[in-house]
Design a protein around this ligand. Sequence first.
Ligand code: GDP
Length: 436
Amino acid sequence: MNNLAVVGAQWGDEGKGKVVDLLAPRFSAVVRFQGGPNAGHTVVFGGRTHALHHIPSGIFHDGVRCLVGAGALVDPERLIEELDGLGEAGIDPVGRLLLSAKAHVILPLHRALDGAMEARLGTSAIGTTRRGIGPAYAAKAQRWGVRLGDLADGARVAAELDRALAAGVADWCRALGAEVPEPERVAEQVAVWWERLEPLVGNVTRELHETLEAGRPVLFEGAQGALLDVDHGTYPFVTSSSTVAGGIPASLGIAPRAVEAVLGIVKAYATRVGAGPFPTEDTGSLGDALREAGREFGTTTGRPRRCGWFDAVAARYAVRINGLDALAVTKFDVLSGIDPLRIAVGYALDGDPVGDFSDVGDAWDRLEPIWEELPGWSEPLTAVRRLEDLPAGARRYLDRVAELAGVPVALVSVGPDREQTIVDPRGLLSAWIAGR
Ligand code: GDP
């Protein structure tokens, strides 16, 4: 096998960026397939922290091509900031990064609509990042979207926008108190964006086909997580795209069988940003302790994340909806010193057991987790590099996670740095990926 997908198997922020950065040197290309700057992938090495929003987490490796596919979104203003940040880190993305001309653009208008709708909803807001993701995907589906390749012709973008405004988008803006964009101003902005982005925009579909046909290994990088998938997540508290592995071929225009193995990233506990169901949430002092120890504040928004225990029911569901072959367990170091530990091994609804995450329907408020307690450990894990060197309690915890999820653990992360990893302890990844 050559090609691996790395996807979030919880509610996002699982540490995908770290895992993708770590595995990237084995691949010819790293490809983002969905989402936009609502993603905040953090990569730490050499004493520096790098936050990526659009750009695949392979960008720090020379010779790894980074592609952003048609199903992703790009906010030109934020992408240019991100490119500037890379420049400060001494990385020139030209020649390393290619963005699909078919990827849709987030306009300031989409951000304004996202913010205005969330503000209107008040306490019943979704808790979006207000980065314009929902409105930009909606515009794409309603066929008034702007694609990256369209930016080559600012006058055409302005004319299309004018048409959309006349078709009702202007009324929508006014009703929400969002500024109605002036097409001529947008055309000017587009020209500025294009000057900077033109060398980075091209035919990702063809490049990807050629890479796959040549048998060069590809890593598909997910954003957000399985439980935020627009179809299979906790709707409506979800993101606006397909985050699961099945979204990869559709978003990129490749054969489903090109995705040969799928690695699901889970934290050793659980977090969620924004509103919505979170069966294992701990709103007490343990949740606070996890937030502090795990520094659970959003990369993109700085918002405190809701924290709780590992949810094996959700993990089993994530395994099924993605076809996960294995898990990577991250932030394992955070659990040191917490004793006892808890895992939700099942749910009860009005006292009756619930077989599967998908059986809950909308009855989240009446759901009770069924807990299993496991002994904790006090030793720090950040210097451990081999499974054998983990305290007995930590090994037992990992074994139980794998057993409950129904798939093996193929990687364990014990700190934010690249080095702080128990890499491929069972040789599974090496067996799956021929690498380059
Ligand atoms: P992503 O969006 O899935 O890439 O996740 P984020 O980057 O939003 O959040 C993960 C955060 O946890 C980042 O700040 C990482 O540097 C950090 N991180 C990743 N793995 C570990 C780990 O094993 N231990 C600790 N303590 N932090 C980690």
